[in-house]
Design a protein around this ligand. Structure first.
Ligand SMILES: [Ca+2]
Ligand SMILES: [Ca+2]
Length: 358
């Protein structure tokens, strides 16, 4: 399965990368914040379309030809990559657009990944599909204007597992919203785009995700999350197709989809922090493995906040917060023999190990 996906990504990838117009990034020659300014000059001045036109854009940019492959709206807040979506929306039937909603599945609308209150609903930010995406109305409402973040103890969870609750990483403890792993990089790259495309005004905006400058742009607690999500969930064929569709629609591109390496070239210190965190988790091990006495232990240089045990069907069968297990030992005597994934998180970092129970 893995090999199959890898092969097809390459085929998709080569075809799509060929669609970056020749010379588009010729002036992106620098590094650090100089590169960011060069990218701003490349992507600024796109053709601004109306707010209502977004629904027309979505008909080419945001349909599901990647999971169910049914051409319905691809909503990152409800799409279930490993299963059947709880509900779907037609891209062309305007009756599916909000409207009022009470529960998930009622209608979809336009979600500003950078909240529109940040820029007073001004144009062209308000109608830029590179960061304004179609999502279920209810989930959009629950996300509200909260920053994205790492939520280990959700107070509310969407049908596909997107989480609302207090941020768990250092430097911010208020409410945040965490998309599912499949779409963390997708969301991160939309927000990275926003920070570069609106270089000329972003230093005036106030929000927990922003630092009030047009240099670093993103706040100290948020930048490592953004860069970690960007790296752990690499560019997918869906994003490449979406970038091409939006380029056809309004004439500019998201550089972080075309050239993922630009992110660490601009924010090298932030990436160093994120990578350091990765390697600390690389050293985490679980033992004994196979486990044959109804328990296993975790060895780690850093404190593990939460552990999830996932079965081969991708179902989370156990979620354990750190205070409830002693000496990093977990009792699993009730688990049937078989093959499991153990997902461990520490702050905004995560790692997954395979575990055999016999
Ligand atoms: Ca779908
Ligand atoms: Ca993704």
């Amino acid at each position: 399965m893995r090999t199959f996906l890898h092969c097809c990504f390459l085929i998709f990838g080569l075809g799509a990368f060929a669609q970056i117009p020749a010379g588009y990034y010729n002036n992106a020659t620098g590094s650090g914040y100089a590169l960011k300014t060069q990218l701003y000059n490349i992507i600024k001045g796109h053709t601004t379309k109306s707010y209502n036109q977004l629904y027309v854009c979505y008909q080419t940019s945001d349909r599901d030809y990647f999971y169910e492959n049914d051409g319905t709206i691809l909503d990152v807040y409800s799409e279930k990559p490993g299963g059947t979506d709880s509900y779907t929306y037609s891209a062309t039937n305007s009756n599916d657009r909000c409207g009022n909603y009470a529960v998930e599945g009622d209608c979809y609308n336009r979600e500003h990944l950078m909240p529109q209150s940040v820029f007073n609903e001004a144009s062209p930010m308000v109608s830029d599909p590179h960061h304004v995406i179609p999502t279920d109305g209810k989930v959009n409402g629950m996300r509200n204007n909260f920053p994205f973040g790492v939520v280990n103890n959700p107070t509310w969870t969407s049908t596909n597992g997107s989480k609302l609750g207090n941020n768990s990483t250092a430097g911010y403890s208020q409410k945040a919203f965490e998309p599912i792993d499949e779409f963390k990089g997708d969301v991160a790259r939309c927000i990275l785009y926003f920070g570069v495309r609106y270089h000329n005004t972003v230093g005036n905006y106030e929000h927990a995700m922003l630092d009030g400058t047009n240099q670093q742009v993103f706040s100290n607690w948020f930048l490592p999350i953004l860069l970690q999500w960007h790296q752990q969930d690499p560019v997918s064929p869906r994003e490449i197709a979406r970038n091409n569709a939006i380029y056809a629609y309004q004439g500019n591109r998201n550089p972080f989809i075309d050239h993922p390496e630009y992110a660490c070239a601009i924010w090298s210190a932030g990436c160093a922090l994120a990578n350091e965190a990765f390697s600390a988790l690389d050293n985490v091990s679980i033992y004994p493995n196979p486990s044959n006495d109804g328990r296993f232990s975790i060895q780690s240089e850093i404190e593990i906040d939460a552990v999830e045990i996932v079965n081969v069907n991708g179902q989370v069968i156990r979620h354990i917060e750190r205070p409830t297990f002693e000496n990093n030992t977990l009792v699993i005597s009730d688990l049937p023999n078989g093959f499991y994934f153990v997902k461990m998180s520490a702050g905004n970092r995560g790692t997954t190990k395979k575990l055999i129970v016999q």
